[in-house]
Design a protein around this ligand. Structure first.
Ligand code: 4NP
Length: 186
């Protein structure tokens, strides 16, 4: 869709310009953490009214659950309230609702890409590892579920880094699009 129409349609429909969905396997460790971290970053940047943020899992095992207790505790030590209720990715509605679908690892990428029904859907899927600019050798946010405290700390470090760079990239891209379309840039 043409850039200007895309932005206007979003504004009319949801009053939000950018809808971001974070994905991991179970939606109880990495993606609810990314969801909370990005929401905090967006709030701190004064952009809450422009972003809609959510998270979902590939599997159904934890639907309805709070995030893993360990992730909630490690997050709380950083001042984060990680309290999303787990849900499963829904290809029919989520590809329509979200502009960008951010996966934590290559298994996630393959699972979500296999549900895409168009190139436009596929183009929405992006890797968190592409935003780990301070860790260029990292190819995923490793799953901490079977690990110990250090694995949860590493996951949170990488997610904080990825969210920071992803948000900066989105802001830059939205400014470029608006400028291209002759819309006011603030
Ligand atoms: P997540 O971690 O994908 O970061 O939420 C996992 C949570 C649960 C399971 C696997 C990974 N599980 O197998 O139940």
């Amino acid at each position: 869709m043409e850039n200007r129409k895309r932005i206007m349609a979003k504004e009319n429909h949801e009053k939000k310009e950018i809808a971001l969905l974070f994905i991991c396997l179970g939606n109880i460790c990495r993606s609810p953490a990314a969801h909370a971290i990005m929401q905090r970053d967006v709030d701190e940047a004064g952009l809450s009214d422009r972003f809609f943020i959510d998270s979902a899992g590939i599997g159904p095992w934890h639907v309805g659950d709070l995030p893993d207790r360990r992730m909630r505790q490690h997050g709380a030590q950083r001042g984060l309230d990680i309290s999303h209720i787990a849900r499963q990715f829904n290809a029919k509605t989520d590809f329509r609702t979200f502009d960008r679908i951010v996966v934590m690892d290559e298994d996630n990428y393959r699972a979500i890409a296999s549900k895409a029904s168009s190139e436009a859907d596929r183009e929405k899927i992006i890797r968190m590892s592409d935003y780990l600019l301070d860790h260029p050798a990292a190819h995923s946010v490793p799953d901490p579920y079977y690990g110990d405290g250090s694995d949860f700390e590493l996951a949170l470090d990488l997610i904080e880094e990825g969210c920071r760079h992803l948000l900066a990239a989105i802001i830059k891209e939205e400014k470029r699009i608006k400028k291209e379309d002759g819309l006011a840039v603030d």
